[in-house]
Design a protein around this ligand. Structure first.
Ligand code: SF4
Ligand code: SF4
Length: 440
């Protein structure tokens, strides 16, 4: 495999990473309270094991997995359970959550112990540990990790591929993680490889992070792991694009990466598992980037899961002016939130605060048939047509033209000179088709 590989098409938005790329990870002081939604992952929400009034320790399991596609939830601080009730959530409506008030002690659960002796562990044991750690995809998808590592019978996994591209503008949390926690990334990757008997590990990193590449290369000496520099291009970290760039394998429409012998995880997920093996600490904290023109002191922060957006923003010096929009995650794909009592979750990679001037909605014009959206779509779709079909509710045509192959990267909407809300239109079509299917 050659250096600086990439995929076809894509865009080059300003990266805007210079505000935080060189800032070391800071630890956010313990919050007074955390709000832990039971559903922070794709699949069934966890089932509470505690009740209001219970004292809990940091790292203690407070909700158990509810079936195969589910993960347990752990207390991210020590203190008292003060509520189990619906609380505001990034999805836009309240969802059931366990609320813990801190006792300030951060007392660790006595059940936590290091689990590092990988050699002695079977593949099945490693998968069980992934689930016990409450591990989910930390790049935003929040898919339970152990489920990915149960390939269909007889399916060989050739590569475990870690996504360190961090192609979303503004975000630098994975960059700092790779620089400062490279050993955890490599330990987690080795465990992932062992869980499926994969002979090769690859970590794809955009070439604008040479210090991260150097740190990973140093940590990978003697291991069957390749650190692969990628061209700086959006959406380089999108799963199927990353697989193509790293292996030249094409995942067929509607298929999963396992179809071509690859499993993909984010570098933060691998590091969280590495840390769990090393220290016994389940997924109770994560690194996020807090940035944008609307926040006074941008930072990369290590934050306890369940910390409210308000506490994070206050630690960063507050807003520069009344904010126009706060995006949870990166600006290309992350949802906007308009309140501060929403918690940071396992899949939250950042908070990008935009000023009002930045979010002034531009006037939407008719399509001028310039073809730019077609020229950038990495999935070779026709976003202009999909947009038309959505506007006219031609759902059959939208399906025929591959609306479900759209990975919602937002490149088409970004490039459109008429400012057509193509991504939103495509999402609407998908929702309508899915709802119609459910009705039968
Ligand atoms: S149609 Fe979907 S996959 Fe293609 S550029 Fe637009 S958002 Fe991305
Ligand atoms: S980029 Fe916008 S204006 Fe150009 S063809 Fe696509 S939808 Fe139409």
């Amino acid at each position: 495999m050659m250096g600086n590989v990439t995929f076809k098409k894509g865009i080059h938005p300003p990266t805007n990473k210079e505000h935080t790329a060189a800032l070391s990870i800071e630890k956010l002081p313990l919050p007074a309270q955390v709000v832990l939604p039971l559903g922070q992952h794709i699949g069934a929400p966890a089932e509470p094991l505690v009740k209001v009034g219970d004292e809990v320790a940091t790292g203690q399991m407070i909700a158990e997995a509810n079936g195969m596609v589910s993960v347990p939830l752990h207390a991210s601080i020590s203190g008292k359970v003060v509520a189990i009730e619906p609380r505001p959530h990034v999805c836009g409506h309240p969802v059931p959550a366990i609320v813990i008030e801190s006792n300030g002690a951060d007392r660790l659960s006595p059940d936590l112990k290091a689990l590092e002796n990988l050699e002695a562990r079977s593949a099945a044991e490693i998968r069980d540990l992934m689930k016990a750690a409450g591990l989910v995809g930390m790049g935003g998808a929040a898919f339970p990790t152990h489920v990915k590592y149960c390939p269909p019978e007889g399916k060989q996994v050739d590569y475990v591929l870690l996504n360190g591209a961090e192609c979303e503008p503004f975000l630098t949390c994975d960059h700092r993680l790779m620089v400062e926690k490279a050993d955890d990334v490599l330990l987690g990757l080795q465990a992932f490889m062992k869980a499926v008997g994969a002979p090769q590990g690859v970590i794809g990193v955009e070439a604008n992070k040479p210090d991260a590449i150097a740190a990973l290369q140093k940590a990978a000496v003697g291991l069957p792991v390749t650190i692969l520099p990628l061209q700086v291009k959006y959406p380089q970290g999108e799963e199927k694009m990353l697989i193509y760039a790293a292996t030249r394998r094409v995942v067929p429409s509607g298929a999963l990466p396992i179809e071509v012998g690859v499993i993909v995880n984010n570098v933060a997920t691998a590091a969280a598992f590495g840390r769990y093996l090393r220290q016994g600490l389940p997924l109770i904290e994560r690194i996020i980037t807090v940035t944008g023109a609307g926040v006074k002191n941008p930072k990369n922060l290590l934050v306890r899961i369940g910390t409210l957006v308000e506490d994070v923003i206050n630690y960063c010096g507050g807003f520069t002016e009344p904010p126009g929009r706060i995006i949870m995650g990166g600006p290309m794909t992350g949802p906007a939130v308009y309140r501060l009592d929403i918690p940071v979750m396992k899949g939250t990679s950042g908070l990008v605060v935009q000023t009002r001037a930045e979010v002034d909605e531009p006037h939407v014009l008719p399509c001028i048939r310039c073809g730019k959206c077609v020229g950038v779509c990495p999935y070779n779709l026709l976003p202009n047509l999909l947009g038309d079909y959505a506007e006219h509710e031609k759902l059959e045509e939208a399906e025929k033209y591959g609306v479900f192959d759209c990975r919602e990267c937002g490149a088409c909407a970004y490039i459109c000179p008429s400012r057509r809300p193509l991504l939103q239109l495509i999402k609407n079509s998908k929702q309508q088709i899915t709802a119609a299917r459910k009705k039968g």
